[in-house]
Design a protein around this ligand. Structure first.
Ligand code: M6R
Length: 374
């Protein structure tokens, strides 16, 4: 059942090209760039009139929501709030009928996320869902569900469900942009074409970075703490990298926005601290290049204090290899799609470190696959 893999987690990491392809299939036209989501029971008029989106989710699904905020705000020009589902209903939120709720959940049965959906509905919002389980409770109460076709996920640490969520969010952001008229047909076609290249790029990442992550695990599996840094849409991926490492290897890890380091966490840096920096860029996108340059100077702050930097960068970036101890290269892509590629080395790094430490990667201590209590 593990198809020759040692663990479900490794099998599921390797299933990501298919998970992304199946989440895209039938929803996009490669001829026109048009997005089809017939499952939406919300009219174009309502999407046009919407004043904001509230995303509520937990754990890894919350991280995909945080990345989704960048996609929706950039493409559909609609403000997005991202809440921990467990916090949402306790802060007396103020949604209304022009606000749309979006619940993201692999299982569809997380108690906190169900409670957040009930609160949204009670306060007059319509809700949508992104879910990996057809027919789950949350999907039944939603006015439309984008099913992530990742297939059953057995490993407690979410991997393929996460990249499928990022894919679904990207498709949804494009759909919303088309409904609201904030994107040109040319831009749509460009994004859809780039999305269709992601599965092959994922295959390439899986082929090229596994051995390197396995090697890195040898030098870093005894670290006491880890930092993960990213800026913009890459920040949620830093959080996800830290969560993967914490939950399966029991090493303390934190994700931080790269620019926040100088406001406190720089004090933690010494020659024993591994710092994973996501420093990818889309050279065709000036705002992405600007963020990248800022991140480079944050990296220099870390290396100046002898921190041990592992950078995630795009192919052909040799500038960064001069600056840091290790660089993991991934294929280039438009900025909004880079997260799907850059999380893979973080998953593999966590996996190989956990295996070296003798941890039960599929069944980490104290954790359950679905959290059905609040
Ligand atoms: O099924 P859900 O997506 O609602 O689950 C949410 C979290 O419990 C889940 O993502 C958790 O954080 C994972 N174990 C992380 O790997």
């Amino acid at each position: 059942e593990k198809a020759g893999y040692k663990h479900f987690m490794l099998k599921e990491i390797n299933e990501q090209p298919r998970a992304v392809r199946d989440t895209t299939l039938g929803r996009v036209s490669l001829e026109t760039g048009e997005i089809f989501l017939p499952e939406m029971q919300i009219s174009q008029q309502e999407f046009k009139a919407a004043t904001g989106i509230t995303i509520a989710a937990c754990g890894t699904s919350w991280h995909s929501g945080l990345a989704g905020k960048f996609m929706i705000e950039r493409l559909a020009r609609l403000p997005v709030d991202v809440d921990y589902a467990s916090e949402y209903r306790y802060r007396d939120p103020i949604p209304d009928a022009t606000n749309l709720g979006l619940l993201i959940t692999q299982s569809g049965e997380t108690a906190d996320t169900i409670a957040a959906q009930q609160e949204l509905i009670r306060k007059g919002s319509k809700t949508l869902a992104i879910c990996n389980v057809v027919g789950a409770a949350i999907t039944r109460a939603a006015q439309g569900t984008i099913t992530t076709n990742a297939g059953p996920e057995i490993g407690v640490a979410s991997t393929k469900a996460f990249t499928a969520q990022l894919t679904a969010l990207f498709v949804f952001a494009l759909y919303l942009a088309q409904q609201r008229g904030t994107i040109t047909p040319e831009e749509s076609l460009h994004y859809v074409t780039e999305l269709s290249k992601i599965p092959a790029k994922l295959e390439e990442v899986l082929r090229t970075v596994d051995a390197q992550c396995c090697e890195l695990a040898k030098s870093f599996s005894t670290a006491r703490d880890f930092l993960f840094l990213g800026r913009g849409i890459h920040y949620p991926i830093a959080l996800e990298g830290a969560l993967k490492l914490k939950e399966i290897s029991y090493i303390h890890a934190e994700g931080y926005p790269a620019g926040e380091m100088k406001h406190g966490p720089n004090a933690l840096i010494d020659e024993t601290l591994p710092v994973v920096c996501i420093a990818t860029k889309d050279p065709a996108d000036p705002s992405s290049v600007l963020k990248y340059e800022k991140t480079l100077s944050n990296i220099q702050e870390v290396t100046a204090r002898s921190g041990r930097v592992i950078a995630i960068a795009v192919e052909g970036d040799h500038e960064i290899t001069q600056l840091v101890e290790h660089t993991i290269h991934i294929p280039a892509a438009p900025e909004l799609l880079l997260p799907i590629l850059e999380v893979v080395p973080l998953q593999l790094l966590a996996y190989h470190i956990a295996v070296r430490r003798g941890c039960d990667v599929d069944q980490p201590r104290n954790l359950a696959k679905s959290v059905t209590v609040e």
